[in-house]
Design a protein around this ligand. Structure first.
Ligand code: PEP
Length: 253
């Protein structure tokens, strides 16, 4: 079975102490994951080591970065490289979140460079794609997200792309309380998988987890994750509340 993943995105929230407490509360719920399930915590950079050492005792719980830079190393004050993440044993990194695309003007080409650097450094990208509201209203969301995949990922050979995690996050659903319906999520996830299959074949496309993100909550996760092409979620707001995120982990197939 394809990996099923509950990924928390804390964004720029919580103090270090609040982060420690949240992780302790989540872990104390004692949810055991099976071999195809994972819980991943994308935390602010100063919390990466604490998060890694807190969750690594539990099977299939991992820490993730929220971003890294598109250069190998050098005079880029304030940035974090994929090599640095690998050097502290951080194995995941969110790339291309819509907030980074919007506020930090990250282009598909820049994201392709970040993807390469992550893979060279044994860090698995959690690659985000998704359309803004105007594109959804114009009905051109499929073309929009296909272009994001093509321009940032399709230079990769099959054996590399199949190690990635993709997160489909319609921008109009992020932090708005407006969730895509289960049908909308399944429809576009199935389409994304067909785009991957056209390029790489069905076997490869079937191995890549595609997470849904956009107002996933404790009360809608089970229904969303039940769809055949929805392999879990990337969760912002609800990942900051222990009881809610525990329910979301429990909702994994
Ligand atoms: C996100 O941060 O990627 C996200 C989907 O946020 P929220 O769950 O709050 O909509």
């Amino acid at each position: 079975m394809r990996k099923q993943i509950a990924a928390a995105n804390w964004k720029m929230n919580l103090t270090y102490q609040q982060g420690e407490e949240l992780l302790d509360e989540i872990l104390s719920a004692g949810v055991k994951l099976n071999e195809h399930q994972q819980a991943i915590f994308a935390v602010p950079s100063p919390y990466l080591l604490m998060t890694r050492s807190t969750v690594e005792e539990e099977l299939n719980y991992f820490a993730s970065a929220q971003n890294c830079y598109n250069k190998k190393s050098g005079a880029y004050t304030g940035e974090v490289s994929a090599e640095m993440l690998n050097s502290i044993n951080i194995k995941y990194c969110v790339l291309g979140h819509s907030e980074r695309r919007e506020y930090f003007i990250e282009s598909n080409a820049m994201l392709a460079e970040k993807v390469n650097l992550c893979l060279e450094n044994f860090v698995t990208p959690i690659f985000c794609c998704g359309e803004p509201l105007a594109i959804r209203e114009a009905g051109t969301q499929n073309e929009f997200v296909a272009t994001q995949l093509k321009e940032s990922l399709f230079h990769l050979p099959a054996e590399k792309i199949k190690t990635l995690i993709i997160a489909y996050e319609p921008i109009w659903a992020i932090g708005t309380g407006k969730t895509a319906t289960t049908e909308q999520a399944q429809e576009i996830h199935k389409y994304l998988r067909s785009v991957l299959a056209d390029q790489y074949g069905e076997e490869v496309a079937n191995e890549i987890p595609i997470l849904y993100g956009g107002s996933v909550k404790a009360n809608n996760a089970k229904e969303l994750f039940a769809s055949p092409d929805v392999d879990g979620g990337l969760v912002g707001g609800a990942s900051l509340v222990a009881a809610d995120f525990v329910e979301i982990i429990k909702a994994l197939k």
